[in-house]
Design a protein around this ligand. Sequence first.
Ligand SMILES: [Zn+2]
Length: 311
Amino acid sequence: MTLRVALSAGHHNNDGGSPLEKTLTGPLCKAYADAFRAAGADVRVITPNDGLGMFPGGLRKVAQKVVDWSKNDGWTADIFLETHTEGVSNTNVRGVFSIYPDWGSDVDQTVKNELGLKIATAISDVSGIPVREGGVLFGPGVMSRMETEVGSHGDRLGIFLVTAELAATTTRLIVEHGAHSSPKDLAILQTPGMLAKIAGAAVKVICDHFGSSVIAPIEPVIQINGFFLGHGFLDYWRQLDIQGLPHPLGLPKSEEQPWTNPEKKQLTIQVFERGVLSFDADEPDPVFRVQGLIIGPDWGKNHGVDFKQHH
Ligand SMILES: [Zn+2]
């Protein structure tokens, strides 16, 4: 059995929402789709273009898709996840958390008791965004739909109401990936490569939860253009890969290799057609360990890079 995943990008529909949040929820949704596919899941994205586009209809029509797929196609999602970031007036409020449905007797116990906090913790560990303090009743990292009490935002949680008839078969949740109203969280979210790291961490937790029998291992290394590309460099490279646009770095032109920069710092680098990625193992903040530079095609030649393939 293959894990069936339905995804949507928060506010990428006709119901409005913060323009800043939309710049994050679309690429986040795409990053989840990429990570789930790499894990062997069967992914359907309601938002056009894997989350980057806009759905031609309101939020309830978005959620209705998940119900229609189950009714009409016999394709019932194991999990329906919508990507969001939080917007509040207090810029000190930070944190990542999951929201689960609690419409009457429809309470998603999986998210409430286990998965919600695990996802928030995994995202926090990989990004440095703190786990959001929860309410008095619900503890950190998880909130019920009712507890969010977010007037104008509350109606966005209508995705749960529409999908209530799937409660027995489909785990439904919203993940608030930090607060875009917090300068600290926003800086992290806007760091190149970060959204892929966040999605990768969340997808791993979700796949572990649903069981290794339904998924293939996440591919840490791929071979492309005759070179290996893996781990943090692969995450970063995938994050920059926007469908339909030329990749800003292009394809790899060298293997990973050690390199000493002009300040005599030891780095690991990999050269691409239009740029270079560097990895600094001594950088204390994981967010900044991998850095990318667009430097044109001649940089490697002038800096003693070994271009031969090792394989
Ligand atoms: Zn939102």
